[in-house]
Design a protein around this ligand. Structure first.
Ligand SMILES: [Zn+2]
Length: 251
């Protein structure tokens, strides 16, 4: 039994969305966190959140749109964070991997606004960090973030050590199923009680589905790969990850 801690389902129409949820349930994925990347899709994921069915929402604006934020976006974010079933602020963060992305000062301003809004509501933050892990960690430290997940982590081992030392969690995606798992060293290092897993649907489908749009139903493939890498029974991995979910998100 698994929960997909990070999926993007807002582009699915109602029929495809319902099919996706029941396919996931049939595969043993009994819940998910539908994660927004813009204020528009944040409204969709917040409206679809249904805690009784273990469908939760994270609302936020990804660093890729940090240059397009209209006046008043912060109060919209705060209003969304108050809705039932919204359990985290994100995804938010910093991406320095491509010079075409919004400038770092713009990304940092948006990231800071999420950190402040989450602190007001006492919610964790879901962090996207690529090519800017150090800076993301420094910002979280300076604003005294207590609960955070570095989602789809692909950074360095020293940065992973640092974020774990700060008490935060790391989430691994289908990348850990790829041939010669490029994240093996990170998975080995991270203690099981600080790890979450995610599909990042529709991106990063696990082996043997690479190249197809990902789906939450494939999360057990990632959980099984994690358990294999950690040399523990799959049930133990699932059990501990459920406890970690509770620790970070209170669900
Ligand atoms: Zn994502």
């Amino acid at each position: 039994m698994w929960i997909d801690t990070h999926a993007h389902l807002y582009d699915l129409d109602t029929d495809s969305y319902n099919a996706c949820i029941s396919e996931a349930a049939d595969a043993g994925v009994y819940g998910m966190i539908d994660t927004a990347t813009s204020l528009d899709n944040a409204s969709i994921v917040a409206a679809r959140a249904c805690p009784e069915k273990r469908i939760f929402a994270a609302v936020g604006v990804s660093p890729f749109v940090a240059a397009e934020l209209a006046d008043g976006w912060r109060s919209k974010l705060e209003a969304l964070l108050s809705l039932p079933g919204v359990i985290a602020a994100g995804e938010t963060g910093l991406d320095g991997s491509n010079p075409c992305y919004p400038s770092m000062p713009l990304q940092e301003a948006a990231f800071k606004a999420h950190i402040e809004a989450a602190a007001k509501k006492n919610l964790p933050i879901v962090i996207h960090s690529r090519g800017a892990e150090k800076r993301a960690i420094d910002m979280c430290k300076s604003y005294r973030v207590t609960h955070a997940v570095f989602h789809c982590y692909t950074g360095s081992l020293p940065d992973l050590k640092h974020l774990l030392d700060c008490g935060w969690h790391v989430s691994f995606s289908g990348i850990i199923t790829f041939k010669n798992n490029p994240l093996a060293e990170l998975v080995d290092f991270a203690p099981l009680d600080r790890i979450l897993i995610e599909t990042d649907t529709p991106y990063l489908a696990p082996v043997p589905h690479r190249g197809q749009p990902n789906r939450p139903a494939w999360l057990p493939i990632i959980g099984t790969a994690l358990a294999g890498q950690k040399k523990i029974p799959v049930e133990k991995a699932a059990e501990q990850i459920a406890l970690n979910m509770h620790e970070v998100f209170g669900i």
